[in-house]
Design a protein around this ligand. Structure first.
Ligand code: ADP
Ligand code: MG
Length: 376
């Protein structure tokens, strides 16, 4: 069911309008965001659509195609709304906390973004609701400020310690572009990423691997990076330059911490190298950087699982220019840069490899870089 139909069904009236915000895949730059480094996501064509209509001031009601019934709340503080609706209550709270008058609203949500697959359905939800409330309330909130506000909803209200990438991608991406984001300054640059013109495509392979221990492992990686930065006497690992890596590693006794640092420092450089190649129009040439990123996540950051390693290997064996896991890790999706006419062959190769390994079948599709949050 789409968002407008859900709105009519649950609220018995027409919505004022529809707002959509996309999920994203990160082309390269994993676990670099909270190290104040670089990321390069692009928006998916799959979006979360919010059908929204007015409600009395200070009253919000939400529903979703994925959930029964409706949930209503007034002005709340973090912790008061605890179900999935916390993502919406968090956006309302973050707006109010920043001094904006969030308009009362009835909201119906329908997501085309697979939930919990590392494609950021959470940011798509937050960004669609945030954009709707800003438009309906006539709020003067510059686009540059919006991602941090949506991030606060997720970090502080929902309590998920994520970086700024997901919300930035969902709000600021443009069709046919990848978003180069400096996670320290929040400066962005739109990078040409017209795959079709080059006869190329990005195949996304959802590993469908069960997510396990994700929160704990994420927290452990983050802590390790922060401790390393502290020992090295820098504000964040972003401040360790590639030619200072060897010296930095010499200062660290812990072998695990050394590997974590090596991933972050080399990954930042791979993002910069990818951006440089794309700006020169050399899209195929980014393949080895993608594959090197995967090896770094597998061996140094240790966030991959057999399902994603097998998908990467199978895609490369089928002729992909490069392939890597995308997203926080421990499952989720792999992306492969392939010739556009090799999508079926690559998909079959991955499916066969999964069959041989006894894994649950993957889901594969082509991702074209889509647009950021907007009113439809
Ligand atoms: P991801 O962002 O990778 O999809 P998260 O765990 O960050 O995974 O966010 C998924 C959560 O976001 C869901 O468990 C649910 O609480 C919420 N969510 C996302 N989209 C919807 C939706 N359309 N309807 C209801 N809840 C949603
Ligand atoms: Mg998320």
């Amino acid at each position: 069911m789409n968002a407008a139909s859900l709105f009519r069904e649950r609220y018995g009236t027409e919505p004022t309008g529809l707002w959509a915000a996309p999920g994203r895949v990160n082309l390269i730059g994993e676990h670099t965001d909270y190290n104040e480094g670089f990321v390069l996501p692009f928006a998916l064509p799959q979006r979360t659509v919010a059908a929204v209509g007015p409600a009395p001031a200070g009253e919000w009601t939400v529903c979703s195609t994925l959930e029964e019934g409706t949930i209503s709340f007034g002005a709340t503080t973090p912790g008061e709304v605890t179900s999935w609706a916390a993502y919406v209550a968090g956006v309302v709270w973050a707006l109010q906390d920043a001094g904006f008058e969030a308009p009362g609203a009835r909201i119906a949500l329908a997501s085309e973004v697979p939930v919990g697959s590392g494609l950021s359905s959470s940011a798509a939800l937050e960004s669609s609701v945030l954009t709707a409330l800003i438009d309906l309330g006539g709020l003067d909130l510059a686009i540059e400020r919006r991602p941090a506000l949506a991030q606060r909803a997720e970090n502080v209200y929902v309590g998920a310690p994520t970086g700024i990438m997901d919300q930035s991608a969902s709000i600021r991406c443009l069709a046919g572009r990848a978003l180069f984001l400096d996670c320290r300054s929040y400066e962005v640059k739109q990078i040409p990423f017209d795959l079709a013109a080059e006869g190329l495509a990005i195949l996304v392979i959802n590993s469908n691997a069960p997510h396990q221990h994700v929160d704990g492992e994420y927290g452990a990686r983050r802590k390790s990076c922060e401790e390393a930065a502290h020992i090295l006497g820098v504000p964040a690992l972003r401040d360790v330059p590639p030619d200072g890596l060897a010296a930095a590693l010499d200062k660290l006794d812990d072998e695990v911490m050394r590997r974590r640092v090596r991933h972050v420092v080399t990954e930042d450089q791979r993002v910069l190298d990818t951006v440089a190649l794309l700006e020169q129009g050399r899209v195929r040439a980014i393949g080895p950087l993608l594959t090197a990123s995967h090896a770094s996540m597998r061996d140094d950051f240790e966030i991959t699982v057999p399902q994603v390693d097998v998908a990467v290997e199978a895609a490369l064996s089928a002729g992909a220019y490069g392939a890597r896991m995308t997203g926080g890790g421990f499952g989720g999706c792999v992306l492969a840069l392939i010739d556009a006419d090799r999508a079926d062959v690559t998909t079959e190769a991955v499916e066969q490899a999964y069959g041989k390994s006894g894994f649950t079948a993957p889901t594969c599709w082509i991702a074209t870089p889509g647009a950021g949050a907007a009113r439809l």
